[in-house]
Ligand binder design. Structure first.
Ligand code: FAM
Length: 428
């Protein structure tokens, strides 16, 4: 992995130079302020982190380096990992080097197979997935070297990268094993050495041999890979890693955040939502029926899954990319048709709901991703967030590799009490 490491090192050196300049010239310059509302409101809109792997523009969506979604949506997941870490796409030989390494490390250790088979069946697949990543923790080369006192601070990132490639390499076999053994109750499929990482995942899931399914899995992995640093899962993973907990600990922690219904679980909730609509109105509901249904949900105090976002203020470009895929590959799917009708109905309702309090009435990625997985044969909804988690692990890993390369310290903001805050406000 020499070329990969060299390219990541170049990026870290470049970012490090920028940071040195900012600290030298502007270490005490104030670039923002915090309101009481932000302090009490989940830090929404507060600029408090630097994350160099990706950026979310409220109106244009996800950027990785300077590339917007239409410029990278046709790439392989391993190319995206390269871009997240090195800030550039790999050339042919660089890609081949990384793919060879991923293939070399893809096999699961025997103890993990035993662990997977013994997992209680009632656990949610996200719980299984997170537990399995944690169970691999002993594989961490970073941990072994650190404990042996063999690591200088400047080498931390290199061993994070080693661990990242080993972990990512194993995810297709690991996730597919959970799906097949526990949800399908079938035997796992063998890894296919001639296939790339994403095609192997599609192949090992074993639900749909069509090329278009591999294409969907590839797109799914690319679109979910990272979404800057402040979302629940990425931030959690980074905070855990900032204590020098290795990437297995950090990834498992991030996955646990992703498992929440306001975050990654929304894709599974969305599909149940659409199925609920079909059960009630049939597979071709009218827009007036959908309008009434959505209003009922809101009146019952429930959120409309797949709509809204903490940062985005337009339709999520990841939603649009999936919609284009759906239009090409399954335009007549009743689920896709209902997603489209909801897109027509929901924003108009959310715009005026709670006196216009909903900051973004438009769909996010979760409003459609599950629909496509379902259409292509992944019929167990509980697995959808695992798919999200496999992909998001690329981002968790890249963020920590870069942060440690830049010697970022342990994350530890200061919290205060109501009393402290009220005293401060009285003095202001
Ligand atoms: N349905 C109903 N109410 C909503 C809503 C929705 N889809 N989105 C926002 N609101 C409400 C929200 O609950 C809040 O009400 P209260 O002040 O009474 O608590 C109000 O509108 C203002 O919230 P906001 O500022 O617009 O959004 P937040 O930044 O607080 O929250 C989300 C963002 C994503 C948690 C929120 O929009 C939501 O709950 N959406 C539905 C769940 C979902 O789709 N999550 C997936 C997000 C996705 F991008 C991801 O992480 N994978």
């Amino acid at each position: 992995m020499e070329q990969f490491k060299n390219n990541v090192k170049k990026r870290i050196d470049y970012l490090g130079m920028e940071i040195a300049w900012m600290l030298r010239e502007h270490g005490k310059t104030v670039v923002g302020e915090v309101s009481v509302k932000q302090l009490l409101g989940g830090m929404r809109g507060l600029t408090a982190l630097v994350c160099n792997t990706s950026y979310v523009d409220p109106y244009r969506g996800l950027f990785i380096s300077d590339y917007a979604i239409p410029e990278f949506e046709d790439k392989l997941p391993e190319e995206i990992f390269y871009l997240l870490c090195a800030g550039k796409f790999p050339n042919e030989t660089e890609l081949a080097e990384l793919q060879e390494e991923l293939a070399f490390r893809a096999e699961l250790p025997d103890y993990l197979w035993t662990f997977i088979r013994q997992l209680p069946r009632h656990l949610h697949p996200m719980t299984m997935f997170s537990l399995c990543v944690l169970a691999l923790e002993g594989e961490s080369v970073f941990k072994q070297k650190y404990e042996a006192g063999e690591l200088g601070k400047s080498e931390y990132w290199e061993y994070m990268l080693e661990d990242a490639v080993s972990l990512l390499a194993k995810l297709p076999a690991l996730a597919a094993a959970i799906y097949r053994i526990h949800l399908l109750r079938e035997e796992p499929m063998d890894y296919h050495p001639s296939l790339d990482w994403g095609s192997n995942l599609a192949h090992m899931l074993g639900v749909n041999p069509e090329l278009s399914f591999a294409e969907l899995v590839r797109l799914y992995m690319v679109l979910h890979c990272d979404h800057e640093g402040g979302n629940v899962s990425a931030f959690t993973s980074r905070v855990v890693n900032s204590a020098l907990s290795n990437l297995y600990y950090a990834t498992s922690a991030g996955l646990n955040g992703l498992a929440g219904p306001l975050h990654g679980l929304a894709n599974q909730v969305c599909l149940r939502f659409i199925r609920g609509i079909h059960e009630r109105f049939g597979e071709s509901p009218g827009t007036d029926q959908l309008d009434a249904f959505v209003r009922e949900e809101l009146d019952a105090g429930r959120v409309i899954p797949g709509y809204g976002h903490a940062v985005l203020r337009v339709t999520d470009p990841r939603f649009t990319a999936f919609m284009e895929f759906g239009n090409r590959h399954c335009p007549n799917s009743p689920f896709l048709q209902t997603v489209k009708k909801l897109y027509y109905v929901v924003p108009n309702i959310l715009k005026t709901y709670k006196e216009g309090k909903v900051a973004n009435p438009y769909p996010n990625v979760d409003a459609i991703s599950g629909t496509l997985l379902y259409q292509f044969g992944i019929s167990h909804f509980d697995f959808y967030t695992v798919m999200f988690g496999i992909s998001r692990t690329f981002g968790f890993c890249a963020q920590s590799i870069i942060a440690l390369g830049l010697n970022q310290p342990i994350i530890r903001p200061k919290s205060v009490t109501n009393k402290w805050l009220m005293d401060a406000l009285e003095r202001a």
